[in-house]
Design a protein around this ligand. Structure first.
Ligand SMILES: NC(=O)c1ccc[n+]([C@@H]2O[C@H](COP(=O)([O-])OP(=O)(O)OC[C@H]3O[C@@H](n4cnc5c(N)ncnc54)[C@H](OP(=O)(O)O)[C@@H]3O)[C@@H](O)[C@H]2O)c1
Length: 292
């Protein structure tokens, strides 16, 4: 009889509005497992003690344990762990803690979650087309992992240009064209993907990280996709501006659902349909979900 109970937590600050508890409770229900998932508000100074407490509750034959991390803990948790997956090491951030042979390991499921969400949105890298990546924080690092894996020539735009320059230099490898740019220096007719990994628009329906004119939006190829990692609100201004000029858009809930499904699989070995989690996320966001 396989283990069928999971006790997991999210460590974040703030943690109150996270959709993760609803997603992981739905995942538990989908596979018929017992257990629970709590969002815990953890201040930076409290993180080492929380990780220590997780070690004390190491997975047993009866109950599996694990954790997710969100802002501001994704990088500072790394020295507290026994090891990292290749994805976490390459991205330089951890969002999932799991047990492997008695070792507490850090994984990054944001990056493969984004990759899966882009494929779900019908994106496929096309020869001759570039990606424009907006932002230069932690989410941009997950995006760089995907773009580098696919070898898509990438221009990075950020509010603070120096951060984009530093990140582009850090991630450059031979054979992959990644560089910082300014909006005025982009040939939009060559852009197949605009990926917002900045926080612009988060809880601000009128804010956008990319203020293009209607004519500039219409320069994009017909196959172009705007993927906005921001999902609160689901229809951000970036998406509304693009859609108004006939450009295809997708919001970040798919990435959220996929990263949760991948974390759940790390803890339990069970696969859940990210589509089921996406439906739950959308319901929670609309305020119709169970707020318990
Ligand atoms: N869908 C998902 O599953 C998922 C997963 C991870 C993250 N996200 C979202 O991705 C976003 C970024 O997260 P993060 O962890 O990378 O945050 P972060 O490390 O704090 O970085 C924030 C980035 O956004 C830029 N920025 C902030 N406010 C801006 C504004 N008003 N105008 C233009 N740029 C602005 C910052 O530019 P400066 O360098 O100039 O400060 C920086 O590049 C958040 O909205 C987060 O919710 C979504």
């Amino acid at each position: 009889m396989p283990t069928a109970e999971l006790r997991a937590s999210l460590f974040a600050h703030p943690a109150a509005h996270s959709l993760s508890p609803a997603l992981h409770r739905a995942a538990l229900k989908a596979v018929g497992w017992k257990g629970g998932y709590r969002a815990e508000d953890v201040l930076p100074a409290e993180l080492p003690a929380r990780v220590q407490a997780l070690r004390a509750r190491a997975a047993s034959a009866e109950v599996l344990t694990g954790a997710n991390l969100s802002l501001p803990h994704k990088v500072t948790v790394m020295p507290l762990l026994d090891g990292l997956t290749p994805a976490a090491a390459a991205v330089g951030a951890v969002n999932t803690l799991f047990w492997q042979g008695g070792q507490l390991m850090g994984d990054n499921t944001d990056a493969p979650g984004l990759r899966a969400a882009l494929l779900d949105a019908g994106y496929s890298p096309a020869p001759g087309l570039r990606a424009v990546l907006l932002g230069a924080g932690g989410a941009a690092r997950a995006a760089l992992w995907v773009l580098r894996e696919w070898g898509i020539p990438t221009l990075m735009l950020n509010r603070t240009p120096e951060r984009a320059q530093a990140l582009a230099a850090e991630w450059a490898v031979e054979g992959w064209d990644v560089q910082a740019a300014q909006p005025g220096g982009v040939n939009w007719a060559e852009v197949g993907l605009i990926l917002n990994a900045s926080s612009a628009g988060l809880d601000r329906p009128d804010e956008t990280p990319l203020d293009l004119t209607p004519a500039q939006w219409r320069e994009l190829p017909g196959s172009a996709l705007v993927y906005d990692m921001v999902y609160r609100p689901e229809q951000t201004r970036l998406r509304r501006d693009a859609a108004a000029q006939g450009v295809r858009t997708e919001g970040g809930l798919g990435m959220l659902a996929h990263q949760a499904a991948l974390a759940f699989e790390r803890w339990t070995g069970q696969q859940v349909d990210a589509g089921v989690l996406l439906t739950v996320a959308r319901r929670e966001l609309s305020g119709a979900g169970d707020q318990a």
